[in-house]
Design a binder for this molecule. Structure first.
Ligand code: NDP
Length: 333
């Protein structure tokens, strides 16, 4: 049987998505972006991955975030995305903003990890092949490498832009000092750092506390928050036990021992507060990150179209009263 040809929703830019300017740049990103870390690997049904990608694009999500090793297995989320490109998205390439990264363990031996020029350059070539792309919109160094001279990592990024393999570049999880060095080094070579990617959510305030958000703003760089739902903790997923199909039950990146009775109590109180705002806990958690104008976008993960639908509703109300903010802090104290 010939699969039906995908035709995106005609109203995809008129049904609620808002776009924010990414630092001092020409790029606008949707307030909600979709990450493919989980649920897009070769262990996951392609039909569900396709349905989520379609739903996202149909609702104005133009930004898809990947990395070389997303899966499992390593590389397979990029391969899935390559299939999505082939089956559905190829005619819309110019409407999409696609990112990938290198920095974590990818292939055996000394050249498949961290921040060398050798690793970044070969990894991006592999990513492009897997994704059926000629270029990525954004390429990140996925983490700071304390052993490799920062100049080497950053010069590789500059050269990747000059080669036309990435239009923009970004840094992910860099300590503040290294980030400052990167912003300056790149600016001096006329390759502006488009985005800083960092973990930011109600339970993890590091970018705010360490001044990473402010620093990005001062350097004209956008900030994009990953794991804004704390991998699912800040949703209704775990309020009544650990569902068998949840990320926590899989025992990978989200361990059961984080869900202490004390945390569960806080999550239940946050859920109640969200209800009073007319939101689900997930919607309120995303709205809380987006209330800050220094945040360009949140990169969510999802395992179903229903979760995506829920998360998209967050955009409707990202305003908080002083009382609500105080109540949140009291709950999390
Ligand atoms: P989230 O914090 O958004 O967690 C996503 C998980 O939360 C989903 O898989 C799902 O869990 C659950 N969930 C999502 N929406 C709902 C909902 N409405 N109701 C109930 N449960 C929900 O993000 P991720 O941790 O997945 O990270 C998002 C992206 O950020 C990644 O895909 C990646 O692109 C990027 N990232 C970058 C990193 C970096 O080092 N730069 C590190 C980590 C992530 P379940 O699967 O159990 O249903």
């Amino acid at each position: 049987m010939i699969p039906p040809i995908y035709s995106p929703a005609a109203d995809r830019y008129d049904n609620g998505m808002k776009y924010r300017r990414c630092g001092r740049s020409g790029i606008l990103l949707p307030e909600i972006s979709l990450g493919l870390w989980h649920n897009f690997g070769d262990v996951n049904p392609l039909a569900n991955s396709l349905a989520m990608a379609h739903h996202a694009f149909d609702h104005g999500i133009t930004h898809f975030d990947l990395a070389n090793n997303y899966g499992p297995s390593y590389g397979s989320a990029e391969e899935t995305f390559g299939q999505i490109m082939k089956k559905s998205f190829a005619p819309y390439r110019d409407e999409l903003f696609i990112s990938s990264k290198a920095g974590y363990d990818m292939w055996p031996g000394p050249y498949g990890n961290w921040g060398s020029r050798k690793y970044l350059m070969s990894s991006l070539d592999q990513s492009l092949r897997r994704m059926n792309l000629e270029y990525v919109d954004l390429f990140y160094t996925h983490r700071y490498d304390p052993e490799t001279p920062l100049e080497e990592t950053l010069q590789a990024l500059v050269d990747i832009v000059r080669q036309g393999k990435a239009l923009y570049i970004g840094i992910s999880r860099y300590p503040k000092e290294a980030a400052q060095f990167a912003y300056r080094y790149l600016e001096e070579r006329d390759v502006h750092c488009l985005l800083y990617q960092g973990k930011y959510n109600l339970l993890n305030r590091e970018p705010e506390e360490e001044g990473i958000l402010r620093q990005a703003q001062e350097n004209g760089t956008g900030f994009i928050a990953f794991s804004p739902l704390a991998q699912g903790l800040l949703t209704n997923r775990y309020l009544n036990g650990i569902p068998a199909d949840s990320r926590m039950a899989q025992g990978g990146s989200l361990k059961e021992n984080v869900l202490t009775p004390a945390l569960l109590g806080k999550l239940k109180a946050l859920d109640k507060l969200a209800g009073q705002r007319g939101q689900t806990l997930a919607e309120m958690a995303l709205a809380w990150v987006l209330k800050d104008e220094m945040v360009t976008s949140v990169i969510i993960g999802a395992s179903s179209v229903e979760q995506l639908e829920d998360n998209l509703k967050a955009i409707g109300n990202t305003q908080f009263s002083e009382e609500e903010l105080k109540a949140i802090e009291e709950i999390l104290d």
